[in-house]
Write a protein that binds this ligand. Structure first.
Ligand code: HEM
Length: 275
């Protein structure tokens, strides 16, 4: 499925797989065969299964309360970057990436994995550009930001699939027998739009309040810095909307420049107008 169409929007492809079966054997020339788990219940169960993901979970490095304490500092870094941002700027290169790198450097001293934060901001803004009523509602009610970020990550989160796990014994996932040694990958993006779990999964609903999506991983593979990553995305999206009331894409939304990587949803650039 490595066409530019499915890189721009992989969700129709995942919908076809998910409608067909909970498990798909993916055979490709560029990586070893693996089972992709496409439905929510099965993906969640797989991520919690020690027989598949037997490495020790990385404990969360930040409690949500501790991440909250960082909010003023994150807001300060955000404001500083936006002071230098204007019409024709690139939301990814000139804002989201430097913000994510600066925050993660302060937290962990290493900007190495900051990319998913930038992706939540960039892809999240594109999703909001595509949904003007929801965007207007969010601008009118900044208190919705935490729920909005969760919904944006469910709807089109930065990591479309988990890292591979390997079956340490024969087991059954979603009715399919997995042989010992087989590789299993949780299809996070596919599971996050499973209608068996999320009513009208293809609808962006910033008010979804019961949305335990898998976009930050789960079970034996939770994101170690989910709490500060969430706060950073909330601050960034809130600041962009309050500071630039006319913010919009400077290129047609069907011509965006996505990195050709099936495992992530990463924009290379997102030129914007600030009005
Ligand atoms: C909003 C931004 C982020 C999202 C949505 C996100 C999402 C995820 C997901 C889905 C996983 C599970 C991967 C798997 O199952 O294999 C994960 C694991 C992890 N993430 Fe994040 N992540 C974000 C930001 C970050 C950042 C900024 C860092 C570090 C600076 C980070 C560090 C980790 C670590 C250490 C793990 C666990 C180790 C592993 O299984 O690879 N994450 N994250």
């Amino acid at each position: 499925m490595n066409t530019s169409e499915s890189i721009a929007d992989p969700h129709p492809h995942y919908a076809r797989l998910r409608d067909g079966a909970a498990m798909h054997l993916v055979r490709r020339t560029d990586e070893p065969d693996y089972w992709l788990v496409t439905r929510y219940a099965e993906a969640r169960a797989a991520l919690a299964d020690k027989r598949l993901f037997d490495d020790d979970p990385v404990p969360p490095e930040f409690r949500p309360e501790r991440a909250e304490e960082l909010r003023p500092r994150i807001a300060e870094i955000t404001a500083g970057l936006l002071d230098g941002f204007g019409d024709g700027g690139d939301l990814i290169e000139d804002f989201a990436l430097p913000l994510a790198a600066a925050v993660i450097t302060e937290l962990a001293g290493d900007p190495g994995r900051s990319r998913p934060v930038a992706d939540v901001i960039g892809t999240g803004m594109v999703t909001l550009f595509r949904h003007p009523p929801q965007r207007a509602a969010l601008r009118a009610r900044p208190a919705l930001l935490p729920a909005a970020v969760e919904e944006l990550v469910r709807f089109d989160g930065p990591l479309t699939r988990s890292a591979p796990g390997r079956a340490t014994e024969e087991l059954t996932v979603g009715g399919t027998v997995i042989a010992k040694g087989d590789i299993v990958v949780a299809g996070l993006a596919a599971a996050n739009r499973d209608r068996r779990r999320f009513p009208e999964p293809g609808r962006l609903d910033l008010l979804r309040d019961d949305a335990p999506h898998l976009g930050f991983g789960y079970g034996r593979r939770p994101c170690a810095v989910a709490a500060p990553a969430r706060v950073t995305a909330q601050v960034a999206i809130g600041a962009l909307m309050s500071r630039f009331r006319r913010l919009g894409p400077a290129v047609p939304l069907d011509q965006l420049d996505w990195l050709p990587d099936e495992s992530s949803r990463s924009l290379r650039s997102l030129p914007v107008t600030t009005g």
